[in-house]
Design a protein around this ligand. Structure first.
Ligand code: SF4
Length: 237
């Protein structure tokens, strides 16, 4: 790579990072750690390092009220599981139980997730799980487009901190946010897509199987695919 192409690549990465972070912290711009970048006084306001850990990031955003869900939630639901996991599950939004406990996937859909994980030899300690939205929509309604747009940078930042090898999209909202497509879940499930250096596997949200118990074989197939993908990738790590 020539010096010019290297510089333009860095500029593109910096610009992409800025636009991703822009809606997160308003007048502050968050950048990764390189000292030469830290010294820059650019754009608006003070320069603050990108959070290095999930715990640090949760501390920064746990009081968020940037959309109206911040006023109606009981608890903010950041995410849970192994912060060093190579596999991250992304769901939709907290439900009633999650809102009460502040932990994702603790209700009936969460128990089904545990069951599917157990069937492929995984537990919650092997994965990390979070949602597109960190606060419960009233009466478990679907997330609204504006709520997703406002909250999306939080998910992207979680993923940029973790840099998982595999991301499992549970349901259409995770698919829309990460892959930017609105195709039917019927056409998307069981398929893999490259995303920012990771493999994204699409499957139904486990709540789907509570409504359609006969469809659980889809989940079992997709989780078996996840296990194979993980085992194959692990050989190359
Ligand atoms: S849903 Fe997201 S953007 Fe809205 S208040 Fe909760 S954390 Fe903030």
């Amino acid at each position: 790579m020539t010096k010019d192409s290297s510089s333009s690549e860095q500029a593109r990465e910096l610009a992409a990072l800025y636009f991703r972070q822009q809606s997160l912290f308003e007048d502050e711009i968050y950048l990764p750690a390189p000292p030469e970048v830290k010294r820059l006084r650019v754009l608006r306001g003070a320069l603050t390092p990108l959070p290095q850990t999930l715990a640090e990031f949760e501390e920064q955003i746990h009081d968020c009220t940037r959309c109206s869900l911040g006023k109606t939630r009981t608890k903010f639901v950041f995410g849970a599981g192994n912060p060093n996991a190579e596999i991250v599950f992304v769901g939709e939004a907290p439900g009633r139980d999650e809102d009460l406990q502040g932990i994702p996937f603790v209700g009936r859909a969460g128990k089904l997730l545990d069951q599917l994980l157990t069937e492929i030899g995984f537990s919650r300690d092997d994965i990390y799980i979070c949602n597109v939205l960190k606060c419960r929509p009233p009466k478990n309604r679907d997330p609204e487009a504006t709520e997703i747009e406002i909250c999306k940078p939080y998910l992207l930042t979680q993923l940029s901190i973790m840099r998982p090898k595999i991301i499992v999209c549970l349901g259409r909202f995770a698919v829309q946010v990460l892959l930017g497509v609105k195709d039917s879940m019927k056409s998307m499930r069981g398929r893999m897509f490259p995303w920012e250096g990771a493999q994204v596997l699409v499957t139904y949200h486990t709540a789907y199987y509570l409504r359609n118990p006969n469809g659980i074989s889809f989940g079992q197939e997709d989780f078996a695919m996840l296990r194979r993908l993980y085992d194959d990738m692990k050989q190359a790590w």
